[in-house]
Design a protein around this ligand. Sequence first.
Ligand code: NAP
Length: 457
Amino acid sequence: MAIATVNPTTGQTQRSFEPHTDAEVERRIANARAGFAELAGTTFPQRAAWLWAAADVLDAEAADIARTMTTEMGKTLAAAKAEAAKCAAAMRFYAEHAEEFLQDVPADAEAMGATDAYVRYQPLGVVLAVMPWNFPLWQVVRFAAPALMAGNVGLLKHASNVPQTALYLGDLFARAGFPAGAFQTLLVGSDRVARIVADDRVQAATLTGSEAAGRSLAAEAGRQLKKVVLELGGSDPFIVMPSADLARAAEVAATARCQNNGQSCIAAKRFIVHTEVFDEFADHFVKAMSQLTVGDPLRDSTDVGPLATEQGRQDVVALVDDAVAQGAHLLTGGHAPDRPGWWYPPTVITGVTDAMRLFHEEVFGPVAALYRVDSADDAVTLANATSFGLGASAWTSEPAERERLVRDLDAGMVFVNGMVASHPHLPFGGVKNSGHGRELSAVGIKEFCNAKSVWLA
Ligand code: NAP
């Protein structure tokens, strides 16, 4: 894939970039190794001061970087600004809490015949981060902020369609005061990732992206016996039970499906509704979906911009067309307009069966599959009938039903009466083919730490 900014609103290539040469990649890996040695000699307060400074720089430059994101991948400008603000907040969160998250944890020394015993968390070293374009700042910052606070250094291989955001991130932390090698961008295609993972100076890797990319990185990391965290795809269920506030659920459902132009790993993708309230929910939901404004992502009035790439739009078209050809019904949307740019309208489709690709695969665009079920048992069975297990949203006001859904939904995250979202305070990640390992919170910062056991006689 060419490393270039192709504006999805027009389909026009705006800027192309030469990939880094092997010599440049070598220079940056050597810098990273030197940066790690330098960072190892710093204290939490020093790193926290740099991270606060990075948050301040980002806040001051939010309008510009937001526009760059919108130009590169089509999210609305309002969403891009909110993403920049969320990144600055997460940086401050880790600047404030990292030392407390990583303090020594005492163990029962007496039980082991020791005078003292504890666990100490120490950084692993250079971590390669392979990142996707859909939240081009947030995906990177939620890795970088905890990694840097722990004393790790980062090498970023960003998605090839967001090179300007990638280059911005490659400078941001150094401009805030971190050593030059602490966080750098590598402008390389995915075909060069395996070689970087194999480099002896790289200790670990993380990948956020598709299942196929995750399998490929994990295979190489496995060969090299290196630690890896994977944040992969999702086909999150959104379950609506009879006791739910239906109007509210339907309104949130439309947002949960269409946020980020429908391109979020934790977007609700399968809407599983109890038969008693199916018709009423469907009316509200179809209305909310069809009322969303599709258009220029730079305009304040726009809810849904274009999909990020031509290929991404083709993938959505293929999934919907396959379902319709096999008997599924469109309640709204379902036809890509014939005009420049990678547009696709908010779409609701029913009658999806397990013979259709849409039943099994993640649809990365504003397409909602609406299912009717007869009971909570059927809702759970259908919700879990997927190879993914990232998030799940459940709507009910009955405590016993709530407990049952929280217990039985096979997902890394369950949100009740709300849409799935990432928060620095909670671990983020999935089970099954949605990956393994966690980002964010105290759990995420420890992923790239050596939990060193210390026993003293
Ligand atoms: P993608 O094609 O997998 O790309 C993600 C990153 O992986 C890009 O940097 C890409 O580089 C790289 N890559 C692709 N193939 C690779 C390979 N064989 N070896 C090493 N690196 C490789 O994913 P996408 O289409 O951009 O993003 C959408 C997917 O990401 C969806 O499945 C979505 O659910 C998932 N996602 C998950 C999370 C989460 O936290 N769980 C968050 C956001 C997105 P190039 O751009 O150069 O190809």
